[in-house]
Write a protein that binds this ligand. Structure first.
Ligand SMILES: NC(=O)c1ccc[n+]([C@@H]2O[C@H](COP(=O)([O-])OP(=O)(O)OC[C@H]3O[C@@H](n4cnc5c(N)ncnc54)[C@H](OP(=O)(O)O)[C@@H]3O)[C@@H](O)[C@H]2O)c1
Length: 308
């Protein structure tokens, strides 16, 4: 496993265990998956208050209750601010942030959160409220580090200006299929629509500001289509992945991990598998070094892209 040292004191595994899909597992199945992750050297676990309507955190908490010795080996992250109501909405109010963290800690039975992320930007955010919430949470020892998710560069800059804590993570969707933040850079200065920048040069901004990008849905084509792995709609891409899988004697998913890790932005891919076999296959991708040429080959084959 590869590790990153962040903020001078936080040592995180480059692979992250995502807990969005665990809510229907049994305690023993989840325990086995967590043990497998720890054996692979994975120390980072990503939650959100909304995963499984709270069931994902609660189930994870059951495992921690059975194995309190796991806690000190883990960096536990959760997210807040997506709420259900008349419609779904986003809430960065002080009251909600603190309420949500307290609930997460209770469900997870983990004592404190290592990291809290704001899940999606709340356009009604009041900076002072977020700042007060973060200060209270940090001073009470309930949260050690802070970050955001799905934010563009200007939103991060705007919020950061009002906070005492450095935002050290931004969680963003990223895979060979969904990589607009790379594509608009490659197409800079062109007239093609690929040059359109939806997120304010978020990749470059995070690299400049030492914000670690956590890549989510790394194996997904889209919510509707599910994974691109073995998906006939992505046959050419699968053939390309298979070519490298054969060359390195690993799975196609390992090649996807290697592709994400090859980017010098030092992203943390978050996987969402519920199977130990899939977890081990992906972990093998951490020791594969793709060449620059390999990286561009996979990038172009993913959805038949042409370079400018
Ligand atoms: N910040 C955000 O807005 C946001 C949004 C979405 C997700 N996330 C985070 O990102 C994490 C990962 O997202 P995700 O679950 O969409 O990621 P993913 O790893 O791209 O998808 C996991 C899904 O792919 C399936 N899959 C099929 N074949 C696979 C194979 N060979 N290897 C691995 N997986 C395979 C898995 O099924 P099996 O279980 O059968 O392996 C599982 O259903 C979440 O758990 C969450 O922590 C964050």
């Amino acid at each position: 496993m590869k590790y990153l040292k962040l903020n001078n004191d936080l040592e995180v595994s480059q692979l992250v265990f995502g807990c969005m899909r665990i809510s229907e597992m049994s305690v023993s199945e989840l325990d086995e998956l967590i043990q497998c992750a720890l054996e692979e050297g994975i120390n980072f676990f990503d939650h959100a208050d909304i995963y499984g309507g709270g069931k994902s955190e609660a189930l994870f908490g059951e495992v921690l209750k059975l194995h309190p010795e796991y806690r000190e080996k883990m960096i536990i992250q959760s997210k807040c601010a997506i709420r259900k109501g008349k419609v779904g909405y986003y809430d960065f109010s002080k009251e909600h942030i603190i309420y949500s963290v307290n609930q997460s800690i209770e469900r997870l039975q983990c004592g404190y959160l290592d990291v809290l992320l704001l899940h999606r930007p709340d356009t009604l955010m009041e900076f002072d409220e977020v700042a007060e919430a973060f200060n209270e949470l940090q001073q009470s020892g309930k949260v050690k580090y802070f970050g955001v998710s799905n934010m563009n560069s200007m939103q991060i800059q705007m919020l950061q200006k009002h906070l005492d804590q450095k935002l050290i993570f931004n969680q963003l969707q990223f895979s060979p299929i969904h990589c607009g933040m790379v594509t608009n850079g490659i197409f800079a200065n062109m007239r093609e629509e690929q040059s359109l920048d939806h997120d304010g040069s978020i990749l470059e901004y995070c690299r400049m500001e030492d914000i670690t990008i956590q890549a989510w849905s790394i194996m997904q084509a889209s919510w509707a289509e599910g994974t691109f792995l073995d998906n006939p709609n992505y046959a050419a891409f699968n053939d390309c992945l298979q070519e490298y899988a054969d060359q390195f004697n690993v799975s196609k998913s390992a090649i996807v991990i290697a592709w994400i890790l090859r980017h010098p932005a030092n992203m943390q891919p978050i996987f969402g598998t519920t199977k130990t076999r899939h977890l081990k296959e992906m972990a093998a991708g951490c020791s594969i070094e793709l060449s620059r040429e390999d990286w561009y080959h996979i990038y172009t084959k993913a959805i038949g892209r042409m370079l400018p």
